[in-house]
Design a protein around this ligand. Structure first.
Ligand code: NAD
Length: 498
């Protein structure tokens, strides 16, 4: 059986803790590899190695740092198919979807190639008599990223791209469920010319995460995963004075106004609700039709579409979605469906019994659709993270607007309408971080920032875009006076720029 170690100091090294986790192939249900789980001591050694390497990297001019990222883009594109195949086989999502996962990560690397411009400071000549003021952005040192299973290419790149471009060394602790692609990306960065020790992948579980959080030489931690862990990481990182940005779970609503184009809306809901088996933090998991007529029209079109979803293996190019990530994930999602039935929701489509012929041990389930879900139900309040869409019927626009606004999570939301006034009002008022107008998964592009509100995001800066440069640098401001501007005598009161 293949074993996956760590990537430290520019090469793959064996794990020494003696602890391993199984890496499954969700489409067959078989264990395909064992991944090493790092000890506290292994993490510490990686951090010390990274800290040593960072000094020279931080002093390398930004243009040269950008050139490494440009080369990485070239060779990652060369290996696109290999990366997508590994990703699909470890995660379960289909190959075309895996390619999207890689592509959205590479777009942030493209953004980070602009680092010479992005890291520029400010300068004011003559802020006072003979006084000039300027600011500069400097790397933090060693920073870390802890990432989830559901985007094993995109989210690591969102983190390490800007961090490394800014001159930091990076410790990536990817999900132990699909570590293959992060290891491949680290090797490609070395091939692209990154000095050893600047990008390290340390595989592991809670022990490795806690070692990151308690290590005083790690200056910032970026986390993406479920909300309880996000909150835990945010709080524990603060104890050692780290910067932290921790993104959590979601319950993304789609509001369907009576004037919405129903065919387009149903297409959008099917893709955003069931793509990647619903294992996306920006998946639509709640549809809110406004008014009874809208709800009835929606259900009439939605039911046959959910019934005819094509579930396939991860390597079947015609599949709408593939298996879930683990058997535990399937059991958890099916359990939520049972809960929904007990709570009194109407199960309009039941995908629990789906079996994939020839792949009976794979982690499959069919799409499920609930109608008449209400806001007191657990299936509404909690994140299910599977191919289950809940329809909550709203009487009017105000009630529909209040649902996502009052929900604990606040990642993404969408409104489907032809009415510009309604859309504008919704975008201004809804209490959620990312809004789509006739766009079901409003993931902002690389040069804007990505981040949810409320329980979906802890910390004050978003991922990628300009916020990522702010997060991975500290600002130093210099006030300089030259002798020609010096007045005679000492000043005892607070200096003013007269
Ligand atoms: P998870 O919280 O189980 O794991 C995320 C990371 O935390 C992994 O690296 C894991 O090893 C580590 N971890 C798990 N348990 C831990 C513990 N007790 N202590 C310390 N570290 C721990 O999340 P997941 O199942 O990998 O990913 C799915 C979740 O991520 C969903 O809730 C999804 O909504 C969320 N997500 C959010 C975003 C976003 O940007 N808001 C993006 C993608 C995924």
């Amino acid at each position: 059986m293949r074993t996956i170690g760590h990537f430290i100091g520019g090469r793959e090294v064996e794990g020494k803790s003696g602890r391993f986790a199984d890496v499954f192939e969700p489409m067959t249900g078989e264990v395909q590899a064992k991944v090493a789980l790092a000890s506290k001591a292994e993490m510490r050694a990686a951090v010390l190695n990274a800290a040593e390497a960072q000094v020279a990297w931080g002093n390398t001019n930004p243009q040269r740092r950008a050139r490494v990222l440009m080369k990485f883009l070239e060779i990652a594109n060369r290996d696109y198919d290999k990366l997508a195949d590994c990703l699909a086989r470890e995660h379960g999502k289909t190959v075309p979807d895996a390619k999207g996962d890689i592509q959205r990560g590479l777009e942030v690397i493209e953004f980070a190639c602009g680092i010479p411009h992005l890291m520029k400071g400010e300068y004011t000549e003559g802020a006072g008599p003979g006084i000039d003021i300027y600011s500069m952005r400097q790397a933090l040192g060693v920073v870390a990223g802890i990432t989830p299973f559901n985007f094993p290419a995109m989210i690591p790149m969102w983190k390490f791209g800007p961090a490394i471009a800014c001159g930091n060394a990076f410790i990536l602790k990817p999900s132990e469920r699909d570590p293959g692609v992060p290891m491949m990306l680290a090797a490609l960065m070395i091939e692209a010319g990154l000095p050893p020790g600047i990008l390290n992948v340390v595989n592991g579980d809670k022990e490795a995460v806690d070692a990151i959080l308690d290590d005083e030489d790690i200056k910032a931690v970026g986390f993406v995963g479920s909300s309880p862990i996000a909150q835990y990481i945010y709080e524990r990182a603060a104890a050692t004075g780290k910067r932290a940005q921790c993104f959590g779970g979601a319950k993304n609503h789609a509001i369907i106004m009576p004037d919405a184009d129903m065919d387009q809306t149903v297409d959008a809901l099917i893709g955003a609700g069931y793509g990647s088996a619903g294992e996306r933090c920006m998946a639509i998991s709640v549809a809110v039709p406004v008014g009874k007529t809208t709800a009835d029209r929606l259900m009439e079109k939605l039911i046959p579409r959910v019934e005819s979803l094509k579930i396939g293996t991860s390597v079947d190019p015609s599949a709408d979605f593939g298996p879930l990530v683990t058997k535990e994930a399937v059991d958890r999602v099916k359990n939520y469906v049972d809960i929904g039935i007990k709570e009194g929701a109407t199960l309009a489509v039941d995908g629990r019994g789906f079996k994939m012929q020839g792949y009976e041990n794979g982690f499959y389930m069919g799409g499920c659709l609930f109608d008449n879900v209400t806001k007191d139900m657990r299936i509404y309040k909690e994140e299910i993270f599977g191919p289950v869409l809940s329809v909550v019927r709203a009487h009017d626009y105000e009630e529909a607007l209040a649902l996502p606004s009052d929900h604990d999570y606040g990642n993404g939301v969408a409104i489907f309408t032809r009415d510009g006034d309604a859309a504008r009002d919704f975008a201004a008022k809804v209490n959620v971080g990312m809004v789509g107008i006739n766009v079901p998964i409003p993931v902002p592009i690389a040069y804007y920032t990505f981040g949810g509100w409320k329980k979906s995001g802890f910390g004050d800066l978003n991922q990628h875009g300009p916020d990522s440069i702010r997060f991975y640098t500290k600002t130093k401001t210099v006030t300089a006076r030259w002798p020609s501007g010096v007045k005679e005598g000492a000043e005892f009161s607070i200096p003013l720029m007269k």
